[in-house]
Every structure is written in C-alpha cells, then in structure tokens.
Write a protein that binds this ligand. Structure first.
Ligand code: NAD
Ligand code: DAU
Length: 349
C-alpha cells in the first residue's frame, strides 16, 4: 500500500460513494473509513466493497479527541477526507448542540490529530474538508455563489459548517497544515437518507403518504448526482491547490415544487400508475424557519482549473436514483424503522 487515506463519515450517504470510488479506483491506497455509525451511518451502504483488501472500517466518534488521536497514531494517514457531520438542516433547528459538537469540535479534533502525527513534515500530506454551499447563505432571484462570496450562514447546520471551514483555513494559515476545501450544492442519488426532500418523497410516494412541501414550494436548490460529487472530491483531493476552496455544482437549479412534480411524473411511469397519481399527494406545510430562498453554484473554477464536469444529466441521475430505491426497498424499510418514525412524527405531525 503506497498511501493511507482516512475518510470520515464513510458510512453515510456521500461518504459511502467517496469510499467506493477510492477503494475501486486506487487499489494501492489503504482506505480507512472512520465513522461513528449514527442514525445516518449504515454499513449496508458498503456491502459490495467491505471485503476488498485495501478497505478497513473503524468505528469512532470524532467528538472523542483521545480515541481520534489513537486511530491516527495507529493508521498514520497520509491524507484525510473529512465528511463526517450532522447534515440535516431540520434536525439542526430542533437541536443545534449535536451540530456544534460533531461539525465544529469534531473537525478541530481531526485537525489536531493530523497536525500531531504529521508534525511539521507536510510533504505528500493533505486534509480535504468537505463542506456545503449553505455557508454562503441565500441568493435572491439572480446571481451565483462563487468562491469569493462572503459567508452568511442562517441555520445552525450552516453556521456549524461555516465555523468548521474557518477552522480548517485557520490551521493552514497558523500551522501550515496543507488543506483543501470543497463547497458543494445539494446531492441526490442511491443511499440518500429519507429525511431529505428527494428520498423522503420517493418513500412517501411508495407508501401513498403526503409529500410535505415547505412554504410555497418556490425555494430553489442546485442538484448534483452524488457520484459526480465523489468524482469532484477525488479530483480536488489529488489536483487541487493547497489553501484553496472549490465550489462544486451542476448548474442545475430547480424550484422544490417543480422538482417534486418531475419526481412524481417519473415515479408514476415507473410504478405503472396513471399520470397525476403521485402529484395528488403534494401537501403544502408550515415553512422551515430561516429557510434560505435560493442556492446556486458557480462551478467555473473547478471546471476551468481541474477540468471537472458532471457525468450525468439531472433526468438521467433522477431516473438512476428512483430505480435504485425501487430495487432496494429493504434498505428503505430498514432505515425508516426505529428512530426515523419518531423523527418523522415530531417533524411533520
Ligand atoms: P449523512 O448525514 O448522510 O452522513 C454523515 C455520516 O457521518 C454518517 O455516516 C454518520 O454516521 C457520520 N457521523 C456523524 N457524526 C459523527 C461523529 N461524531 N463521528 C464520526 N462519524 C459521524 O451526510 P451526507 O449528506 O453524506 O454529508 C456528508 C458531508 O458532506 C457532510 O459534511 C455535509 O455537510 C457535506 N455536504 C452534504 C451535502 C448534501 O447534499 N447531502 C451537500 C454538500 C456538502
Ligand atoms: O446545499 C447543500 C445542502 O443540501 C447540504 O449541505 C445539506 O447537508 C443537505 O441536507 C441539503 O440541505 P437542504 O436543506 O437544501 O436539503 P433538504 O433535502 O432538507 O431540503 C431541500 C429543499 O426542500 C429545501 O428548500 C427544503 C425543502 N423541503 C425539505 C424537506 C425535508 C421541503 O419542502 N419539504 C421537506 O419535507
């Protein structure tokens, strides 16, 4: 093994795709997946690669500084790709503390551990922090987020991610730690946890339950297929410049209501139900507090500097995603039993 790469949050939605991409593409790397297996972490997401010789799983909580230091001392990673986080905005509104602990303190624990084991010898080392476009706050009807857009987070989730981004940059500026950051738009795809809009609606359409649309449904998000995010992370991790941030997105904006109608159309077709069946489930509900109106990424920098382009159109990606959920209903049943039921009842009833 010529390098050890430690990926945090590798059992989650995006992390599992990043782990798979690295394990399959780089057989000479040892990939260590460090994850606490919270409600959002699921080793079922990695069944197809768990026996690969270059893959190791370590159960650890990034808020536990002592354990994290032990893991770093044992595996001595050359690179860290940090995805572990509390990731859902609505949960952050209900309970911000867990977001501060994992997203801020957890990130600082990882930075300290990297600094400790790398000492001041940073040759061939890299800390890649995976962040979000939500740190930029909200856009009006026009404009795009660039890497120069000032941070203006509104939810406890985005405030915690913004804080972690600042710590990552501060470690580069203060200690010379070699870091890169990516700020990505909304992901969708296989293994997406059904607390988020798209998989929640897929699950509810399958069960003939209401599709809850916050406010007037005119809020806009910029959607990227999760495997295209994983490919962007690979590119930036290997070719990005130290100290730089790269926005990642697909120039693919949808108002929530239009997106859900498109999803309903494709679901009706695939389920052989009459057109219009699923749209009848659309229900407008109370808005999310502090709801950002519009996110849209200007991905020119990653495109021009690193040649990045998403590989699928939104229509293709959505179709692949729906097919995956239809073929993996046991996965969906498993993740929607237990804790999900009480979360759902509290959030939507
Ligand atoms: P997710 O909620 O699906 O997965 C998070 C993973 O982190 C889970 O496996 C969970 O077990 C693990 N985790 C949580 N707390 C932990 C802790 N204290 N210690 C160790 N592991 C812990 O999240 P996701 O949607 O896959 O997002 C991954 C990363 O990408 C996050 O940092 C998120 O901010 C960022 N991001 C997400 C999106 C998106 O659309 N989902 C877009 C841009 C950026
Ligand atoms: O922009 C990147 C971010 O995208 C990531 O950093 C976050 O981790 C990820 O969760 C996602 O945040 P959003 O809040 O945009 O995603 P969510 O799927 O929760 O909501 C998408 C839009 O749909 C948003 O405008 C809120 C709305 N919505 C969401 C839910 C869950 C509804 O109208 N109804 C719902 O039930």
């Amino acid at each position: 093994m010529n390098k050890t790469i430690l990926i945090t949050g590798g059992a989650g939605f995006i992390g599992s795709h990043v782990v798979r991409e690295f394990v399959n593409k780089y057989p000479a790397y040892r990939i260590v997946n460090l994850d606490a297996l919270t409600y959002a972490g699921n080793l079922e997401n990695l069944k197809d690669i768990e026996d690969k010789p270059n893959y190791t799983f370590v159960k650890a909580d990034i808020t536990d500084a002592k354990h994290i230091m032990e893991v770093f001392q044992e595996y001595k990673p050359d690179g860290v790709i940090h995805l572990a986080a509390e990731s859902h905005v609505d949960r952050s509104i209900a309970d911000p503390s867990a977001f501060v602990m994992t997203n801020v303190i957890g990130t600082v624990n990882l930075l300290n551990a990297a600094r400790e084991i790398w000492k001041n010898d940073f040759e061939g080392k890299r800390f890649h922090h995976v962040s979000t476009d939500e740190v930029y706050g909200t856009l009006g009807e026009t404009g795009l987020f660039t890497e120069e857009t000032a941070y203006d987070p509104h939810s406890p989730y985005s405030a915690s991610k913004a804080s972690s981004d600042h710590f990552v940059r501060a470690y580069q500026d203060t200690y010379g730690l070699p870091v890169v950051l990516t700020n990505c738009s909304n992901n969708y795809g296989p293994n997406h946890f059904p607390e988020k809009l798209i998989p929640l609606c897929i699950h509810n359409i399958l069960n003939n339950k209401p599709l809850p649309i916050y406010g007037d449904g005119k809020f806009t998000r910029d959607w990227l297929f999760v495997i295209d995010h994983a490919k962007a992370i690979d590119l930036v991790f290997h070719q990005g410049k130290n100290g730089q941030s790269y926005n990642v997105g697909g120039f693919n904006e949808w108002q929530n209501i239009d997106l859900v109608k498109e999803l309903c159309k494709q679901m009706d077709e695939k389920l052989g139900r009459p057109e219009g069946t699923a749209t009848q489930l659309i229900t407008f509900v109370k808005d999310r507090p502090g709801h950002d109106l519009r996110y849209a990424i200007d991905a020119t920098k990653i495109n021009q500097e690193l040649g990045y382009k998403p590989s699928v159109t939104f229509e293709q990606g959505l179709s692949i995603t729906i097919d995956w959920f239809l073929s993996n209903q046991e996965w969906l049943d498993n993740v929607t039993s237990g804790e999900y039921q009480s979360y759902y009842a509290k959030q939507y009833n």
